[in-house]
Design a protein around this ligand. Structure first.
Ligand SMILES: Cc1ncc(COP(=O)(O)O)c(C=O)c1O
Length: 359
């Protein structure tokens, strides 16, 4: 997190202690309200299309479970889909919905020809992780949107790993819903995310949970659901985190997403190239275009051993296992990979330290 994020979160928390939670929210109302504009500007949406939610998963869930599925409907997804999303698909499968996984092309990204061939009137949603949790693969979101737009299906993009890393334009992508987190490439606080829902589809989507903020109890037996993306929000939320998200997105908007993407791609390229010189290291990233998430395995050490060894050198990497991306990992015979994520802040020296720490 940059300083402006920390200041926003800490100051608001302090004001809650000094004057009270409701009072601090009232005092910060303009800034809280402008968070919608700041987020909308970052993804080329309207403020009415943004819901501020607890995390990417909850945003994605609110969108997914709002789809009025009926038995026989089809969910189309990619090989690299995220585990939590597939868990939701499998829950929906118990209600008679079919899951079809679009194969990869030779590069490892979704096969656009196969996607086009699998589209039909029964496809209710095309749900894709823009970049998976287990590697730098960047799915061709705009090209996917061009295929989906000729059909009645909704297009749900999990952009958890890409918002903050590269330019995201919901108009160019053509997605109906997009979920994102604050805590990753946006460099915002944990426990905060957002959901974009296109105005033109919002009223077809009835959220799985509604509260006093998402709907109004207008007469004894009637409710009225809010007309815009606020229907996906909760009344109770962390205003400190929302203000932290606002600061993080404002910072990224100021730097510019083209420049951020160029810097992230450059660092990732350098890391992959340096790693590839170590004969013990096998880079596991696939796809035509690869972003800042660099994954690899090692010929003699397990991913857990690599992670522990690097932690001892104060180098933080994480492990990503088959439980998060089973379709993809199983198809490649992988159980776990080491995940090293670079950002525009990552220095050449840090890349060298990581590479030279590996046997
Ligand atoms: C592709 C993808 N989607 C969603 C998530 C979930 O994000 P969060 O934990 O912030 O809800 C992750 C987290 O790793 C992810 O990699």
């Amino acid at each position: 997190m940059n300083q402006s994020v920390i200041v926003a979160v800490v100051n608001h928390t302090r004001r809650e202690a000094e004057i009270g939670g409701y009072e601090a929210a009232a005092e910060a109302a303009d800034d809280i309200n402008s968070t919608y504009d700041v987020v909308a500007a970052a993804i080329h949406a309207q403020r009415s299309e943004v819901a501020l939610v607890e995390n990417a998963t909850r945003g994605w869930d609110m969108a997914f479970y709002a789809i009025p599925f009926k038995p026989g409907d089809i969910i189309l997804t990619s090989m690299a889909e995220y585990g939590s999303n597939v868990i939701a698909f499998l829950q929906m499968r118990k209600r008679g919905v079919e899951i079809q996984v679009v194969p990869n092309d030779g590069s490892g990204q979704i096969d656009l020809g196969a996607l086009a061939a699998m589209m039909n009137e029964r496809v209710r949603v095309v749900a894709i992780s823009h970049m998976p949790t287990n590697g730098g693969l960047l799915q061709p979101a705009i090209e996917i949107g061009k295929v989906v737009k000729d059909w009645p299906a909704l297009y749900l993009l999990d952009a958890c790993q890409t918002v903050g890393q590269m330019p995201i334009d919901v108009e160019a992508i053509g997605c109906d819903m997009l979920s994102a987190t604050s805590r990753k490439y946006l460099r915002g606080p944990r426990g905060q995310g957002f959901l974009y829902v296109r105005d033109s589809v919002c009223r077809e989507l009835e959220p799985p949970f509604l509260d006093n903020h998402a709907a109004t109890w207008i007469s004894r037996n009637e409710i009225e659901i809010v007309g815009d993306a606020r229907r996906f929000e909760n009344w109770e939320r962390s205003y400190a985190n929302i203000l932290g998200l606002r600061a993080a997105v404002a910072h990224a908007n100021m730097l510019g997403f083209d420049a951020i993407w160029e810097a992230v791609s450059d660092r990732a390229r350098r890391l992959r190239s340096a790693l590839s010189e170590n004969p013990n290291v096998m880079i596991q990233d696939i796809g035509e275009v690869q972003g800042g998430i660099v994954t690899f395995t090692h010929r003699t050490l397990t991913p857990q051993e690599i992670k522990a060894g690097l932690a001892a050198e104060h180098i933080n990497v994480s492990n990503s296992s088959v439980f998060s991306t089973r379709f993809d990992m199983e198809s490649r015979g992988l159980d776990m990979v080491v995940r090293a994520s670079v950002h525009y802040l990552t220095t050449d020296d840090e890349i060298d330290r990581l590479v030279s720490a590996l046997p």
